[in-house]
Structures are given as structure tokens and as C-alpha cells.
Design a binder for this molecule. Structure first.
Ligand SMILES: C[S@@+](CC[C@H](N)C(=O)[O-])C[C@H]1O[C@@H](n2cnc3c(N)ncnc32)[C@H](O)[C@@H]1O
Length: 325
């Protein structure tokens, strides 16, 4: 099963996470256990069990992978019980260890995606000595295996790490994602912006204006890969795929924004467009991954411009690449 290799590659890309020597895998699917064993290789010691067996563990695992556990244990609606599980996970993980939660969200109302992401991102528990425990959010991605083999755009996985310490973004706003979703990009504001700017866009000019930007790349090779930074609700990414044949990865940190992109993706079934929830300054892409980098009305929101451009020029662009603000 390719999904195991895909998930492992994603969380191993995180430079802040510990290297995995011990992993706990919660799934009742024997073929999934085998897939993870094969993908990790013999040097990683894997324990397979139900989530309840995490209750007694302390700083034991470098990685904990929960595969369809939330649905199987009916935890998505029962947030209190989900909180108990997350507390056990945080206790059982070593510092900077990784938690992966994989769930097929096509079975749930679409708004469950931002709800869960927010829940994970700001979750805080206390250990037995009263010390605060929390996660650093790394990403939420679509399972490519399901995207291409089943056209399921909503089979997702979240990657978080146990934070070395609790850092609060600012008063009443736990993280930068929390800031975006609670201030400028509340659910109502996202709908209002789309009403102001026109269908599928949170920037002026709609399809016509966006097409002019895309045309400034010159001759675009269909099938080339584009990164769209701050993709919003995804109008520009879908246009780049539909009109230019580009394969686009749209990245955005606001869950209130990107939930619309996910929903329209599932509706349109266009596998050339993928999305992930990440802070562009935090997620580490493989070198030379993209032919083009694109961004509309987003980079001025991103505080560390030096880091942003270093990432774009060093890591993202292949030979042909232009960047538009
Ligand atoms: C004005 S909207 C533009 C959306 C889209 N490009 C469009 O033209 O419709 C800016 C977007 O940048 C996103 N953004 C801001 N900072 C970000 C960061 N550090 N990483 C990823 N996305 C970010 C916001 O969440 C928001 O969706």
C-alpha cells in the first residue's frame, strides 16, 4: 500500500521532528500494518495496538500513527474523548515526536476538516506533574493514493509534532493559523470576500485577471508542476489546471479558506489540483519540486520575507520559474 510510504515521506520531511526508531501504529487493518512495517524497514520497532494501550505509556515513541481510529472509535463527534486520546498521545510521544492522524473525511460534513484542524492545532493538556503539553502543527494533506486510485479528494492525514514547549502567538490567539482563522479569515469574512471579489477568488479581477498573470509565464508546458502559495479558496489553482494543464499544489494555512478549496476539488474531481494546509514558512518541500511558483495577494501577509524567498529560490524552482505577487 503506497499510502504508508507517502505518509512516512511527508512526516520525515519535517526538520523539527525526531528521527523515528520506535513507532506505535493504531489500526485494525492487517494489510496497513504490513505496509507500514515494509515502508519503515527493519530498523524501526513498530508496536501495533488499539489506542487504549497508549494510556500507560510515557515518552516511548518517536511516532504515533492513528489510521482511521477516529471514525472507528466514534471520536470525531465526541471531542471530550478525542481530547483524552490526544493527551495520551502527547504523554506517550517523545519530545518532537510525530503524530499522524489519517481519516477519510468524505464520510463527514466538510466543515469537520477545519473543526478538527483547529482542535488539534490549539490542543493543550497537562501531564501528571502539571506541565503543559501541546502540538506543533506541520500539515494536513490529501492521501495521493486515494486521490488517484479512487478520486477521493477528502482522504486526509494530519501531521503534528509534540512541541518542545508551549508558545502562544499572541493574547487569545494560540498560533498563526488561529490568528488567520479568527481575525481576517473568519468563516463569514471568507464568504464576504468571495462575494466582493467574485466566484472562487479572494483577489480582484477573477478569471480574466488571473489568466493574464498565468500568461506571463510564456509558453507553459502542460503537466508541469506549480506551487500556489496562499491559494485561498482555489480559483486560481483550478484555472491553472483547467486552462493550462498545470499540476498544481495549493498551500494555505487558513482552514476557513481552504475548506472551500477541498469541497470544490471533491466536486470537480480534477486530480491535477491538490491542496494542503500548511504554513509556507514551516513545511519543507523536497528540493526542485516545482517548475513554477505562483502567488496572488498572499506574500505581503507572510511575515518573514527573507525565509520565504530563500525557500522559493533554493528549494522550489526548477529551471523555469517566475513568481508573481
Ligand atoms: C488575499 S488571500 C488570496 C487567496 C488567493 N491567492 C486568491 O487570489 O484568491 C491570501 C491567502 O494567503 C494565506 N496565507 C497567509 N499567510 C500564509 C502562510 N504563512 N502560509 C500559507 N498561506 C498563507 C491566507 O490564509 C489567505 O488565504
Amino acid at each position: 500500500m503506497a499510502v504508508a510510504r507517502e505518509i512516512i515521506a511527508s512526516f520525515q520531511s519535517n526538520p523539527s521532528a525526531t528521527k523515528v526508531k520506535t513507532a506505535f501504529l493504531a489500526t485494525e487493518d492487517a494489510s496497513m500494518v504490513k505496509a507500514f512495517r515494509d515502508a519503515f524497514g527493519a530498523e524501526v520497532q513498530i508496536t501495533n495496538g488499539g489506542p487504549l494501550s497508549l494510556n500507560t505509556k510515557k515518552e516511548e515513541y518517536d511516532a504515533i500513527i492513528l489510521c482511521n481510529v477516529l471514525d472507528d472509535w466514534n471520536l470525531i463527534k465526541r471531542r471530550h474523548h478525542l481530547g483524552d486520546l490526544l493527551k495520551n498521545v502527547l504523554t506517550a510521544l517523545k519530545k518532537s515526536g510525530t503524530l499522524v492522524i489519517r481519516e477519510d473525511m468524505s464520510r463527514h460534513p466538510i466543515t469537520t476538516i477545519p473543526d478538527l484542524t483547529k482542535f488539534f492545532d490549539v490542543f493543550v493538556a497537562q501531564d501528571s506533574e502539571g506541565n503543559g503539553l501541546t502540538f506543533d502543527f506541520y500539515t494536513t494533506k490529501q492521501v495521493e493514493d486515494s486521490l488517484y486510485s479512487k478520486q477521493d479528494h477528502l482522504d486526509l492525514y494530519w501531521i503534528l509534532t509534540r512541541a518542545p514547549k508551549i508558545v502562544v502567538y499572541e493574547e487569545k490567539l494560540a498560533t498563526f493559523r488561529d490568528f488567520l482563522d479568527k481575525t481576517q479569515y473568519t468563516e463569514d469574512n471568507v464568504r464576504s470576500y468571495e462575494w466582493i471579489f467574485g466566484e472562487n477568488f479572494i483577489s480582484p479581477g477573477g478569471l480574466d485577471e488571473n489568466r493574464k498573470f498565468l500568461q506571463r509565464y510564456g509558453t507553459i508546458k502542460p503537466g508541469a508542476k506549480m506551487l500556489d502559495i496562499g491559494v485561498g479558496i482555489g480559483g486560481g489553482a483550478r484555472q491553472a489546471a483547467k486552462e493550462f494543464g498545470l499540476h498544481v499544489l495549493g498551500v494555505d494555512l487558513s482552514t476557513n479558506m481552504i475548506v472551500h478549496a477541498f469541497e470544490r476539488n471533491q466536486r470537480d474531481q480534477d486530480c491535477r489540483v491538490k491542496y494542503q494546509i500548511s504554513d509556507i514558512l514551516v513545511y519543507d518541500f523536497p528540493e526542485n519540486e516545482f517548475d513554477y511558483v505562483f502567488s496572488r495577494d498572499a506574500i505581503h501577509h507572510i511575515p518573514d520575507q527573507d525565509l520565504l524567498f530563500a525557500k522559493i529560490y533554493v528549494s522550489f524552482l526548477q529551471v523555469l520559474g517566475f513568481f508573481y505577487k
